[in-house]
Design a protein. Structure first.
Lengths: 119, 108
C-alpha cells in the first residue's frame, strides 16, 4: 500500500525543537520529492518547504528560513522536518506530502502530526 | 508571492445540488499549475484536481475544474453526502507554493 507514515504527536515547550518523521511505504522515496505543509488549529494550509529526496536540495518558505531543516535518510525511506526555537504559534498539524517534481501538485499526504507548543 | 482568494467562504447547499467554488489569484498562475484539494475534519487533504482541470486518480466525474490565468473554478455537479467538506485551491507553479483560505461546503 502506497502511503506516508508520520511519527506521533509531540508536546514541546517554547524555545525547544521538534523533529517529525515521514516514512515512505509502497514506493521508492527517491522517486518523488517531499513537501511539508502545516495547519494551525481551525486555520488553512501553509507550505513550509520542499526537499528533493534524490539530491537533498531544499527550498524553504522565506518565513521559516533559519528555523527549519528538511532532510532524508534513504536507507530507511524516511524524510524529516526539524523546526527550532518553537513558539506558541507553531502549534499545528504538520503534514508531509509527495510531489513528483519541485513545482508539482501533492498527490499523496501523510495523516499528520500534531505539534503542541505550550509552557 | 501569489495570493489565492477563495469565494464564498461557506456554501450552504443540499445533497443533489450543484456547487460552484471560485479561486482567484493575485497574478497569473503559470501553465495552469493549479490544484484543488478536499479536506474532511480530522483528515489530511486529498488531491481532487491538478493542472486546473485534470481529475486525480479515483476522483468521481461529478468533480470538474476549469479556468486559467487568474480565475479558476471547482464544480461539483451533484453533491453527495460525502462531499460536504472544506476545499482548498493551491498554486504550485511558483515559490512559495500557496493555498487559498478554503471554502466550506456545508449541508443546508
Amino acid at each position: 500500500q502506497v502511503q506516508l507514515v508520520q511519527s506521533g504527536d509531540e508536546v514541546k515547550k517554547p524555545g525547544a525543537s521538534v523533529k517529525v518523521s515521514c516514512k515512505a511505504s509502497g514506493y521508492t522515496l527517491t522517486s518523488y520529492g517531499i513537501s511539508w505543509v502545516r495547519q494551525a488549529p481551525g486555520q488553512g494550509l501553509e507550505w513550509m518547504g520542499w526537499i528533493s529526496t534524490y539530491s537533498g536540495y531544499t527550498n524553504y518558505a522565506q518565513k521559516l528560513q533559519g528555523r527549519v531543516t528538511m532532510t532524508t535518510d534513504t536507507s530507511t525511506s524516511t524524510a524529516y522536518m526539524e523546526l527550532r526555537s518553537l513558539r506558541s504559534d507553531d502549534t499545528a498539524v504538520y503534514y508531509c506530502a509527495r510531489s513528483q517534481w519541485e513545482y508539482w501538485y501533492f498527490d499523496l499526504w501523510g495523516r499528520g502530526t500534531l505539534v503542541t507548543v505550550s509552557s | 508571492e501569489i495570493v489565492l482568494t477563495q469565494s464564498p467562504g461557506t456554501l450552504s447547499l443540499s445533497p443533489g445540488e450543484r456547487a460552484t467554488l471560485s479561486c482567484r489569484a493575485s497574478q497569473s498562475v503559470s501553465s495552469r499549475n493549479l490544484a484543488w484539494y478536499q479536506q474532511k475534519p480530522g483528515q489530511a487533504p486529498r488531491l481532487l484536481i491538478y493542472g486546473a482541470s485534470s481529475r486525480a486518480t479515483g476522483i468521481p466525474d461529478r468533480f470538474s475544474g476549469s479556468g486559467s490565468g487568474t480565475d479558476f473554478t471547482l464544480t461539483i455537479s451533484r453533491l453527495e453526502p460525502e462531499d460536504f467538506a472544506v476545499y482548498y485551491c493551491q498554486q504550485y507553479g511558483s515559490s512559495p507554493r500557496t493555498f487559498g483560505q478554503g471554502t466550506k461546503v456545508e449541508i443546508k
